[in-house]
Design a protein around this ligand. Sequence first.
Ligand SMILES: [Zn+2]
Length: 502
Amino acid sequence: MTTSPLYTIVRNALVLLPGKAQAEPVDLLLEGDTIREIGPQGMSAPADATVVDAAGKLVHAGLINAHTHGHGALAKAMGDRWTLELLLAAGPWISGNRSLEDKYLSATLNGAEMVLKGTTACYDLFFEVPAPSVEGMSAIAQAYQDVGMRATIAPMVADKTLYEAIPGLYDALPEALRSAVDRFRMQPYAETLKGFEAFVTQTRIDSERLKIALAPTIPLHCSDEFLGACRDCARRFGLGLHSHVSESKIQALSGVKRYGRTLTAHLDKLGLLGPDFTVAHGVWLDPDDMRILAGHGASVAHNPASNMRLGSGLADLRAMLDAGVNVAIGTDGSNSGDNQNMYEATRLASFVSKVRGPDMHQWLTTPEALHAATEGGARALGFQGKIGRIEAGYKADLVFVDLGHINWLPHNRTVNQIVHVEDGTAVRDVMIGGRFVVKEGRLLTIDLAKLARQAEAARERLEAVNAPMKILAEKLQDAVASFCIGLAREPYQVERYGAPLR
Ligand SMILES: [Zn+2]
């Protein structure tokens, strides 16, 4: 790995500066991993500065993926007509029996796709069975370090299965399937955080590049005692918390059934909410939920591709912004959001707001969408004030887009064009902390040919070893689907589906 030279001067680029809709011809002086000065083209620079000639390129701040799952990369495209609950029922098949090498490989694939498509930092909620381990967490951290990107990594933890989480689901299963899912029971929660805490206390990390957080995966999948333990653990070590809250109508309805209040109100009562708390999805948040989250300075990671692909619904970003919630954008894992393309996620965030109604004043603007995909994400990840803007003092996490690419012919309005036109194919170079990780479209940090061989070998092995789980998942699919379709017909205080129920 090469280290950053002391000074770098990026010359001749058009640069999108904070709050601007149009890129401007300025030069960027970088010192090590940091933007030191922004000045007119031709500005003076130290004589020994490395010169990066970015003529014909647009430079914008690296995109920040506020919600992904490293384990999802090896499971991309394994399903089609899955709701969230069907995806969870398929979990032991599509994500089961992963070795330590598989965990590293999947996160590396995830990171490689992100940087190739202009993302420089992510919030990864990865999964280990039965619980996070020092080795597993080290492997995920190593994967992102090897790719060369920043990451906040959060193991997903739970002490209940899907079948215990949704009131009535277990009893609705045929007898034979009930005994089959009994085998998925989680270990008592007191054991679950031991490996996590060992990693946090033993591992020295570069906190400029990597942060640790904790993800009680879905509130309903955690006992109140366990949620309290997660809260205490996060407080003790000063870590972020991230959870899938009101992602689906099934979750929202189940929350009210189980707790007598919304999931957000319940998390508030248990004291989990705060500025370091990120709600993933939040499709079925109601106005009170949004007010509560805003009052705590919490974030929502909006995943429009996944929300549509899993039929979760159309989240109301305008209402979240009006309430004062920090909004970020994520791709979700490739097992539900299908890819790690933040340009696409940002474009869809804009589009989802536009199909919610005829009043265009309520629609997301392209600067709002881009803000969510950069600064909103920085805050959710715990990197606020360090990344997400091209400004002196911020880290040099920069994307260089080829203005000669068909996406930019002609270059009209920069922000509109990044959010609505760019799809990642014009990304030529990506710099993270002053160091190029992608140059001329090539990933410099990872051998992609080797990664391809490893991914195919892992796919083949996992397909064979998880074949019995596939058979079980297919049997469960019908039972889970019919229960959830019935439950989803019950009324809820907000409507997020794309059309009235038939
Ligand atoms: Zn997720």
